[in-house]
Design a protein around this ligand. Structure first.
Ligand SMILES: N[C@@H](CCC(=O)N[C@@H](CS)C(=O)NCC(=O)O)C(=O)O
Length: 263
């Protein structure tokens, strides 16, 4: 049996769920409440010592890392393979999976600088916030979040994220100039890997990162991948309307500052 430990609105959980639905696999859900700290429960830390989601468990085999998970899932079940047969297209698919590690960091920065910051500033006092930040096991991550909480869209981490996203969106745009999907005319695991990240930016009303920068192929691609049934089941069904509204509002407020930082 496949069991996925995941978070409702976490992008890398969405990515793993997209693969489960694309592959039409049966799976059991273990939903963690990340804002409440379920990821630090000692039982979960045995599966994922980094205290992050997602983690896949398949008949006792434990696999963290969303890109490794979706690659593994592609080898299961009877649905058509999402990694292309052609060796070059397969290698390009692999390249997109590797790229998503850096993309994840960028999306994490953009989300913490906007929607999560707004929510945290409302729900914790400065003392509670400091206790939360100091309890983060990896001090580098704690430092990054402290800066994002303090400076929001003016954080230096937003500059880093914008740099990563510019390179990523440029590579996407180039790939999509003469193909419907990232590795050609057929949907592949590269599209599964990238959907949740671009979708998050759009939900944060940061679509100006491609609509105002000449990366014209990105919006139609996002529309295409959103038309797939997997998008409704893996992403939309897990995002409460109020959260969707807050994400958009936070991003809209931050966009004037963020857009000035594009160069
Ligand atoms: N590279 C990892 C990133 C995992 C990750 O950072 N997950 C986030 C959610 S998208 C998380 O669990 N955050 C909880 C926390 O930071 O406390 C992957 O893609 O699986």
């Amino acid at each position: 049996m496949l069991k996925l430990y995941h978070g409702a609105s976490s992008v890398c959980s969405q990515k793993a769920r997209l693969a489960l639905f694309e592959k039409q696999l049966e799976w059991e859900s273990e939903l963690l409440d990340l804002p409440s700290g379920d990821q630090f429960h000692p039982d979960y830390l045995k599966l994922n010592p980094a205290a992050v989601v997602p983690t896949l468990v398949h008949d006792g085999f434990v696999l963290p890392e969303s890109s490794a998970i979706i690659h593994y899932l592609d080898g299961l079940g009877d649905a058509p393979k999402l990694v292309p047969d052609d060796p070059a297209a397969a290698a390009v698919t692999q390249l997109w999976l590797v790229r998503t590690i850096g993309v994840h960091e960028a999306i994490n920065s953009m989300t913490f600088a906007t929607a999560i910051r707004d929510a945290e500033l409302q729900r914790r006092t400065p003392e509670e916030r400091e206790r939360w930040l100091s309890s983060i096991p990896n001090p580098q991550i704690g430092e990054k979040r402290r800066d994002l909480m303090k400076n929001g869209p003016e954080s230096v981490y937003v500059d880093g994220a914008l740099h990563t996203m510019r390179m990523t969106l440029s590579a996407m745009n180039a790939a999509l100039e003469d193909a419907a999907y990232l590795t050609g005319d057929a949907y592949s695991l590269a599209d599964t890997a990238m959907t949740a990240y671009i979708d998050r930016l759009d939900r944060l009303a940061l679509d100006g990162l491609w609509t105002q920068t000449g990366f014209d192929q990105v919006a139609p691609w996002l529309e295409r991948v959103r038309q797939r049934p997997s998008y409704q089941s893996a992403v939309v069904d897990y995002i409460p309307a109020e959260m969707a509204r807050m994400q958009r509002m936070s991003g809209e407020t931050a966009w004037p500052v963020i857009s000035k930082r594009l160069n």
